[in-house]
Design a protein around this ligand. Structure first.
Ligand code: ADP
Length: 481
């Protein structure tokens, strides 16, 4: 079972208005072993309404605190998250499956947003605008939007929460969070640390349970002014529709279909390493993981050979074991989708270069897989696989590959490798994506704006821009001067 330095971080209740509440109903399982880690409450409409009302009561006092006071509490939360990095990583690997090194990395990444926005809290500047009327002045002030709701996925159980809450809290907003049912324990541990950091009662609330019922309250309660969601595109569209009835602000981080382009002039070794990182992090279960490896004719065969050899070496197992770099997929449904995509590709003429089946370890383990000879007719081209499958396509010209890359309703992350500076600018500007890695495969950092275009989402998280989602602009005209 879990070995924690501080066992009180393993919470199995929800936090509403400063109190821990609810009976354990829904089991949280370790995907690597099937062990039940804890049971969490199955809350619905009534408890979510209570949480929203608590956040509404907490809003004005929190917003009226000085930016420095909010900053200090955020800074304390950051310190506590980092001081408990190992325990949080253990909880995360146990419920999510990602290798422990990746879990530690995610905890640090999650904490970095809290640190960054503790700093930014003090810099939410307004402006003065030269007035066209001689007896007046124009002042623009930024104010927190109000109560915010956040619905988060299981692939980044900590970072998707802090990336939303930290900028909002810094601006003076209060929150109700709903974590994914597969990974509530990391989220609950973060909430326990928020209590220790000194956030006043009701500023941060969390509810687990019936997603549909919770989502309905979050999108329809008039007190909620912003809803932030990271997850699948269909659910994002539904929440946006639901939020329309009360005209809430929405922030959406949805699915991707990331191309990873290797031009003939690329550094082969760097491209191979980049492709491993961009594809196999978190077993391919991130929205910025590459879905399509587009490789130019001249380098295609050498790339496939080297890449497949590296993929064959990836060690699969329980993420808690030393040396394991590929854990289980999140659940049975995830493996079934991977199987369906591989079967469809093979039936339509793709060749399995390595992998291609469930792993001998059973459960939701799947072999890291490379498919060659993939065409745009196959399911892997159109749907986000969210698994350890790397489909390789061949292309000839720059124009052709840009068209292939953009031929999707999604536009989150894209990557390409080239040594030609002119091409680097040309292609980066032509790609219809919110984020582009040029000779770089890992984009996430708290200092840069993360987000997509087209059906990949709305708004940005991280950086100075991330705070803009959580403020309203107030224009004040001071007349009669
Ligand atoms: P996945 O299929 O990868 O789990 P989802 O988009 O279904 O992705 O899940 C992301 C988050 O959205 C989870 O917290 C999930 O519980 C939540 N969710 C799913 N359906 C709804 C819904 N109808 N309303 C509100 N939240 C939902």
């Amino acid at each position: 079972m879990l070995k924690l330095n501080d066992t009180s971080l393993l919470k199995a209740q929800c936090l509403i208005d400063g109190g821990w509440t609810g009976d354990g109903v829904d089991a949280v399982e370790n995907p690597a072993t099937g062990a039940v880690l804890a049971k969490v409450p199955r809350f619905g409409e009534a408890e979510t309404t209570a949480a929203v009302e608590a956040a509404a009561r907490a809003f004005k006092p929190w917003a009226r605190k000085s930016a420095k006071e909010r900053s200090q509490i955020l800074r304390k939360w950051f310190g506590l998250i980092m001081a408990n990095q190992e325990d949080l990583a253990q909880i995360m690997t146990a419920e999510q499956g990602k290798p422990l090194a990746e879990a530690r990395g995610e905890v640090a990444y999650a904490a970095s947003f809290v640190e960054f926005y503790a700093e930014e809290a003090k810099r939410i500047y307004g402006e003065t605008i030269p007035s066209p009327f001689p007896d007046s002045r124009i002042i623009v002030q930024k104010q927190p939007v109000g109560v915010c709701a956040a619905i988060t996925p299981w692939n980044f159980p900590a970072a998707m929460i802090t990336r939303k809450c930290a900028p909002g809290l810094a601006a003076g907003c209060t929150f109700v969070v709903k974590p994914a049912p597969d990974t509530p324990l990391t989220a609950l541990a973060l909430m326990e640390l928020s209590v220790r950091a000194g956030f006043p009662e009701g500023v941060l609330n969390i509810v687990t349970g019936d997603a549909v019922a919770i989502g309905k309250v979050m999108t329809s309660h008039p007190a909620v002014r912003f809803i932030g969601f990271t997850g699948s595109t269909p659910v994002g569209k539904l929440l946006m529709q639901q939020a329309a009835s009360t005209v809430k602000k929405v922030g959406l981080e949805l699915g991707g279909n990331a191309p990873f382009i290797v031009f003939d002039d690329a550094d082969l070794d760097a491209a191979v390493q980049g492709a491993i990182a961009a594809k196999f992090r978190n077993m391919g279960q991130t929205c910025v993981c590459t879905n399509r490896l587009l490789v130019q004719d001249g380098i295609h065969d050498a790339f496939v050979e080297k890449f497949a050899a590296e993929v064959a070496r990836l060690k699969v197992g329980n993420g808690i074991e030393v040396g394991v770099v590929q854990g289980p997929l999140i659940n049975a449904r995830a493996v079934e989708k991977v199987e369906r995509h591989v079967a469809d590709a093979v039936a339509n003429g793709a060749k399995v270069v390595v992998g291609g089946q469930r792993h001998a370890l059973g459960r939701s383990f799947y072999e890291p897989t490379v498919l060659a000879g993939v065409t745009t007719k196959m399911l892997v081209t159109r749907e986000e696989t969210f698994g350890p499958i790397a489909p390789v396509y061949r292309f000839t010209s720059e124009d052709e590959v840009v068209a292939m890359a953009n031929d999707t309703p999604f536009g989150l992350a894209a990557y390409f490798y080239t040594k030609d500076l002119g091409r680097a600018f040309r292609v980066a500007e032509e790609l219809e994506y919110g984020m582009v890695g040029i000779n770089a495969a890992i984009l996430g950092t708290e200092v840069a704006p993360f987000g997509g275009v087209k059906e990949s989402g709305l708004g940005r998280e991280g950086s100075l821009h991330g705070i803009e989602e959580f403020v309203e602009i107030k224009y004040m005209l001071m007349g009669g001067l």
